[in-house]
Structures are given as structure tokens and as C-alpha cells.
Design a protein around this ligand. Structure first.
Ligand code: ADP
Ligand code: MG
Length: 728
């Protein structure tokens, strides 16, 4: 029987690009499947529209009468678009999204059929979601969970289903999902940032966090991906020898997009456009078969919904084009992995980007205020921010010299560093008229021109200022951005709140003018948050040593990175900002640890399967072939055989050595797993998986990769890297 590897190769070579019709302009297609403002105006009465719009903008509750009207309108629109079902669409703690479909169709007591969907169904639903992990919240409170409509993210139709974005909470109010804490964090940053923005412009009434993500991914032919049990079960290759040609030629980066991929991308972009996801750029990434997609930035909550939706749509469209899309952070050893940069900023309802320098000294002082407060927030809570991107799969990437290290630092560039250095010299207390003029003309006033030519972009920094936004680069490609965005917005909110208190105190008690007070507080912040600023090579050993001296955290694995979540300071932060209670934080830590454990457990089991089911049998088969050859030669040549069998005999021995070692390692790993599984405490269990089980993975892999190199190509059962990565 031909091995599934060769059948898959044959299948993949016979494929052609699917033709995608480009009919009409993308802008005409934008949002056709979304119940957006245009449709609201069309389908809602004026009262209902205003009620809904008010709730969307302020995050307030919607009264039942309006909910009924909105439901009726959405139903009318959805059915006219061919929808037959509706679902509350939510983000369980496990990472992706979940949905439970109900038909609009209903039967009346007299047996007549009709389509039903009222305010009740729109606003709240009780999915039987008891199997979603709740980190012990449900057990503690014996509470059921329900989903509740999030009107700030519009409903959309996907396939024939109307999807209503919702939060998932327990009846006692605890968040069981990733969206509820995010919305609270966005509320906190809105309140704190608006109060500070009012120093500079009294007309500001709301500040939105903005997010522009960049999604990296791999596309692998479906048949080839399916031929590898490790890719199917874990999303990555657990073994596999790096091919002779990897990414060292850099010939894939920004290169010509292969035709099958291009047609996948066109199809995907069309679907995204209909769903209101403003996709904009696409290009090849560094590694072979790796690509990136980025949209125009949006309000953070919406951007996150769109990223989650995108990942789902990508899966489906990829399948249609006979691809499997890999979101794993490190699907291939020795080749770059995938991340998801999070570009973040704050924007006022008056349309001003608070992290963008302006044309007047006052606007620049506003910029510096938000810029320096963000630096201070990250300095104080660097470890917490690191925890927000921790996962078993991202552990492969952080610190692997292709993604930023596990150490958080901020890149601001030489020019802004100089500005900060100068501001550090501002006098204490009141400023003389000369000093004020000097500051306005030569320090604050110079910023816009400076940034124009601030082109040095440090790719090794995990948190870089890029002209008018910060870019968080360590986020994993699979990660739900809600996690890092919840933490980032919470810490910035806390920082801005503290800042306002300090400035107000200087104005009230020390009689300083507002701008003097702002300069005074910022000066101190610059001094106290110096350790987080680093413009050098984040991949270098020197930086690792220097960071240690600066007492920055360097948590290289998930169990250690997650510890800080439940520290006294973290809980005080979350509670003071009304983002999460102690129970909610603990639950998240528990779920993340459980996830980590399960991830490694599955990988361990797949290693077992690979070794016993694939690698050992083929190694022995090849060894037998060699043995047969040697005995044949012996038969012919008798004692003189040595001249011809020397090479084969060494190979037989080499194979034997790898066979013995790999078997030993797999068995020892299974024992280590058993021991870890017996531990009751989740933290201890996660650490045991990290330190007692995981180290075997590399060893097993190393033996397997050596065997792969040594063996008859036709007998190797697992689809090789060059086949996975270079067949187009
Ligand atoms: P690059 O970093 O690749 O050179 P850009 O600087 O144009 O490209 O932007 C990268 C990403 O940053 C894009 O996804 C874009 O949507 C996002 N972005 C731009 N401005 C903002 C902003 N004010 N807030 C959040 N994201 C932004
Ligand atoms: Mg970028």
C-alpha cells in the first residue's frame, strides 16, 4: 500500500487555482452582511434608532421596548437576506468563538408555522454551555451562565445564520468569557482618558481604544496537512527535519503570491468585505507558505470581534481551496513562526489620535501626556502584560530570535528619547517664562518634524512606538486579542487615573498652572520608568543580562508567566478598575493553566503515536532491508564481505541506536506524564508538564529527525518539510 504521504503528494500536485469572480467594487460590497447604521436607519423607527445608537455609544442598557423593535427589524432584514437561524456568538475562555444555532422558525399552539425572534431572544439566551471551562466559577457559585447582547458590535449574517455578538456571564455576574472583561477595561480607559483629554480640549466626551491587528498564518495543502497526525491534532509538526532550503534565501518575503494562494486571498477578502471587516493589506511573510493579512484599524472591541470572525472565515475558505490554514505560533521548527501584532492607540470622539503629535505645542503636550503615561503603565505592569500573551504554543516563539523576547521593553527611537531626556531637566514647581518658551519652541514644538523622519523601526522590540501608535508584537497568532487588550487598557486606565490625581493636586495645593503641573508630573514619570526603555537589539544575550540587572521579568514559559495574574498588586489593580474580581482573575489563571496542561498532554500522546505507529516501524523496516542486504553479500562473498558491507553495518548500528533511544525517551515521557497527571494542584501540574514532560519532546524529535535524514526516502512515512512548505 502506498503510504498516505505519497498519496497526499500526488493529490496536492493535481490542484489548480479556483477562479474567483471579482464583480464590482469592493466598496459596494462592504458590510452588505452587517446590520450596520445604514440598515438601522432603513429598518428602525427614529425612536428605536436613537435608543440603540445611544446605547451603542455609551455602553448603557437598552430598554425592553426598544429591544423588541430592534429584534423585529433585525429579523426582517436577516430573513430578507436568506437567514434561517440565529445565534448568540460569544468568546469562551478557551480562545476561539462559540455559537449555538436556533431556527427563526417556530410553531404556534394551533400548529401554524411562523418566524419568531423577539427582544427576549435578542437580548439574552441561555446556551447549555456547561462544558465550557469556567475556572471553577460555576462550581463555586452553582451559577448557570447566559449570553447577553453586546450592542456595540453589530449583528451580522454568516452563511444562513444571523450572528449576534454577546458576552457570556454567570447569573451571579461573573464573566465567563473574554469579552466581558474587555468591555469593562475599555470602559475604564474611556473614563480615565476622557478626564485627562479634557485638560487639552473640553469638548472631548469619549475616548475609544483603537486596535489594528496584523494576522500571520501558514497555508498548507489540505491533503498534505491531513497526512500528518501531528498537524491535525496539535496544529504543528512535532518532528521533521529542516529542508536543505529553508527561508535563508529570504526569497518568499514580499515575493510573488502563488496563484492558488492568490485566489484563496481574493475569496477571503470578498467574504471579509461583506462581513464588514476592512481588510487592506496582504503579502507573503518571511517563511515559505507564510502570509499576512491586515485590516484598517477599528475601535478595539469591534476589531477583536473581526479578528475572531476572520480566523473562522479563513478556516472555511481555506477548506474550499483545499488548504489548511495554520494559526499555530510555531508550526515548523527552524522556520519563522506566526504572530499577531497589535497596533494600539487612543482616539477621542472629536477624531483626535491621542498618540499622534500635533501642529501646536499644546497638542504636543497632549501627545506627550498619553505617550509617557503609557510608558509608565507598561513599566509598572510589564509582567502582567507579558502574562496576557502566555500560551503553550506562544512559548515556542517568544525569545526564539524571531519574535520579541519574553522580556517586555519599549522602543521609542532616538529622537523621542532625546525629547524625554530634555523633559527630564524641567525645573521643579513653577516654571520661569523663559523656560516655558524654551520648552514650547525647542522641545515640545519640535516633535512633529522629528517624527516625520523617525524611520528607524526596531523589529526586536515587544512594544514599539511607531509614530502615532504603539505596536505590541509578542501576541501569538492564535491568541484572542481580547486578552492583551484587556490588560493593556486596564493598566493605561489606572495610570491615567493616577496621573490626573497628581496633576490636580499640584494645581489645587501648589498653585501650579495646569501645563506646569503636567510637565512636573511627566518629568517624574520619565525618571521612574527609564528601565522599560530599550532601543537596542532585543534578541541579544547582552539585553537579557541587562534586563535582569534592571529587574525586568523574563518569564520564558506559561506556568511562570501566569503566576503574576493573581498577585496582590494585580488583583488590587483589576478590582480598583472594576475590570475583574479576584474570583474572575483566579478563574482565568486556572483555565489558562488547564489549557496549557491539555495542550502538552495532547502533544505527548501524539508523540507516542508517531513513534510507535510511524517512526519505529519504518526505521525497523529499513533496518531489515539493510540486514538482508548484508546477509546476501555475506552469502556471496563469505569472509570477504566486509569490504562491501562496512557502510551498511554502520547504518544498521546507527538506526539501532536511535531506535533504542527514541523508545526509551517516549516511555520515560509517558511515565513523566502519568506522574504529572496524578498531581491535584493545577499550578504544580502545569509546572510538572513544563519541566518534567516537555524536555523529552526535543529529545524525541532530535532522534526522529536524524532517522529521517538517514533513511530511505520512500520508506519515511511522514510528509516532509520540503513537501509541506514548497508545494504550491
Ligand atoms: P506597518 O507597521 O506595516 O509599516 P502601518 O504603520 O501603516 O504599517 O500600520 C500597521 C497597522 O497599524 C495597520 O493594521 C493599521 O490598521 C494599524 N494602525 C494604524 N494606525 C492605527 C491607530 N491609530 N490605532 C490602531 N492601529 C493603527
Ligand atoms: Mg507591524
Amino acid at each position: 500500500m502506498m503510504s498516505s504521504r505519497f498519496t497526499a503528494i500526488k493529490e496536492s500536485q493535481n490542484r489548480n487555482a479556483i477562479a474567483i469572480q471579482e464583480n464590482g467594487r469592493r466598496s459596494d460590497l462592504f458590510g452588505v452582511n452587517v446590520f450596520n447604521e445604514k440598515k438601522m436607519l432603513q429598518y428602525l423607527t427614529k425612536d428605536a434608532f436613537e435608543g440603540l445608537k445611544g446605547a451603542m455609544d455609551s455602553g448603557s442598557k437598552i430598554d425592553r421596548k426598544i429591544a423588541d423593535q430592534v429584534a423585529e427589524a433585525i429579523k426582517g432584514w436577516a430573513i430578507s437576506m436568506g437567514a434561517t437561524h440565529y445565534t448568540h456568538w460569544f468568546q469562551p475562555l478557551t480562545g476561539s468563538t462559540a455559537e449555538k444555532h436556533d431556527a427563526f422558525f417556530d410553531l404556534m399552539p394551533d400548529g401554524t408555522a411562523l418566524e419568531k425572534f423577539g427582544g427576549g431572544q435578542l437580548v439574552q439566551q441561555e446556551p447549555d454551555a456547561s462544558s465550557f471551562p469556567s475556572g471553577g466559577i460555576r462550581n463555586t457559585f452553582e451559577a448557570r451562565g447566559y449570553t447577553a447582547w453586546d450592542p456595540s458590535s453589530p449583528a451580522f449574517i454568516y452563511g444562513t445564520t444571523l450572528c449576534i455578538p454577546t458576552i457570556f456571564v454567570s447569573y451571579t455576574g461573573e464573566a465567563l468569557d473574554n469579552k466581558a472583561p474587555l468591555l469593562r477595561a475599555l470602559g475604564a480607559v474611556d473614563e480615565a482618558a476622557t478626564a485627562v483629554a479634557k485638560y487639552f480640549d473640553k469638548t472631548v466626551t469619549k475616548v475609544n481604544a483603537t486596535l489594528g491587528w496584523e494576522q500571520e498564518y501558514f497555508l498548507i495543502d489540505k491533503a498534505l496537512a491531513y497526512s500528518r497526525p501531528d498537524i491535525m491534532m496539535t496544529g504543528r509538526t512535532l518532528v521533521g527535519e529542516t529542508p536543505a532550503k529553508g527561508q535563508q534565501l529570504d526569497d518568499h518575503y514580499f515575493g510573488v503570491i502563488p496563484s492558488r494562494v492568490l485566489s484563496f486571498m481574493s475569496d477571503l477578502e470578498k467574504e471579509c468585505t461583506k462581513l464588514g471587516i476592512p481588510v487592506k493589506t496582504r503579502h507573503n511573510e518571511v517563511a515559505p507558505n507564510q502570509f499576512e493579512l491586515a485590516p484598517v484599524f477599528e475601535e478595539a472591541n469591534l476589531a477583536i470581534d473581526h479578528n475572531l470572525l476572520l480566523m473562522d472565515v479563513m478556516d472555511k475558505i481555506a477548506d474550499k481551496h483545499h488548504f489548511k490554514v495554520l494559526f499555530h505560533e510555531k508550526p515548523f521548527a527552524g522556520i519563522n513562526g506566526s504572530g499577531k501584532h497589535n497596533n494600539w492607540s487612543l482616539q477621542t470622539n472629536t477624531g483626535v489620535n491621542l498618540l499622534s503629535p500635533g501642529s501646536t505645542p499644546m497638542k504636543n503636550l497632549q501627545f506627550l501626556t498619553f505617550f509617557i503615561n503609557t510608558i509608565k503603565a507598561v513599566n509598572t505592569y510589564e509582567e502582567l502584560l507579558r502574562s496576557s500573551i502566555a500560551s503553550a504554543s506562544n512559548d515556542h516563539r517568544l525569545g526564539a530570535n524571531e519574535a520579541p523576547p519574553a522580556i517586555f521593553s519599549i522602543f521609542v527611537g532616538t529622537q523621542l528619547s532625546n525629547v524625554l531626556d530634555e523633559l527630564e531637566g524641567v525645573s521643579k514647581g513653577k516654571l520661569s517664562p523663559e523656560e516655558k518658551t524654551e520648552l514650547k519652541l525647542n522641545v515640545v514644538g519640535k516633535i512633529p518634524e522629528i517624527l516625520m523622519d523617525n524611520t528607524d523601526r526596531n523589529r526586536t522590540s515587544p512594544f514599539a512606538f511607531t509614530g502615532n501608535k504603539f505596536e505590541m508584537r509578542g501576541v501569538g497568532s492564535k491568541t484572542n486579542c481580547a486578552k492583551p487588550m484587556t490588560i493593556l487598557n486596564t493598566i493605561v486606565a489606572k495610570q491615567l487615573k493616577d496621573f490626573k490625581k497628581e496633576v490636580d493636586a499640584l494645581v489645587d495645593k501648589k498653585n501650579l498652572k495646569k501645563d506646569e503641573a503636567v510637565f512636573n508630573v511627566l518629568r517624574e514619570y520619565i525618571k521612574t520608568s527609564k528601565r522599560i526603555r530599550f532601543d537596542g537589539d532585543g534578541y541579544s544575550v547582552e539585553w537579557e543580562n541587562e534586563a535582569k540587572r534592571r529587574k525586568l521579568s523574563n518569564n520564558k514559559n506559561t506556568p511562570e508567566a501566569l503566576e503574576v495574574l493573581t498577585s496582590k498588586d494585580s488583583i488590587a489593580l483589576f478590582e480598583s478598575m472594576d475590570v475583574m474580581s479576584e474570583v474572575e482573575v483566579g478563574a482565568r489563571q486556572e483555565v489558562d493553566l488547564e489549557n496549557y496542561i491539555m495542550h502538552l498532554q495532547i502533544e505527548g500522546r501524539v508523540y507516542n503515536e508517531l513513534v510507535y505507529g510511524y517512526i519505529l516501524p519504518s526505521a525497523l523496516e529499513y533496518q531489515n532491508k539493510l540486514i538482508k542486504n548484508v546477509s546476501g553479500l555475506k552469502e556471496i562473498y563469505g569472509a570477504a564481505h566486509k569490504k562491501f558491507t562496512e557502510g551498511q553495518l554502520t547504518m544498521i548500528e546507527e538506526i539501532a541506536e536511535h531506535v533504542v533511544s527514541i523508545k526509551k525517551m517516549v516511555d520515560a515521557m509517558a511515565d513523566a506524564r502519568k506522574k504529572a497527571n496524578a498531581l491535584k494542584d493545577t499550578k504544580k501540574k502545569a509546572k510538572s508538564y513544563c519541566f518534567d514532560v516537555k524536555p523529552y519532546f526535543c529529545e524525541i524529535r532530535s532522534h526522529s529527525d536524524k532517522l529521517e535524514k538517514l533513511m530511505d526516502n520512500t520508506l519515511w512515512p511522514l510528509t516532509k518539510y520540503r513537501e509541506l512548505l514548497f508545494i504550491e
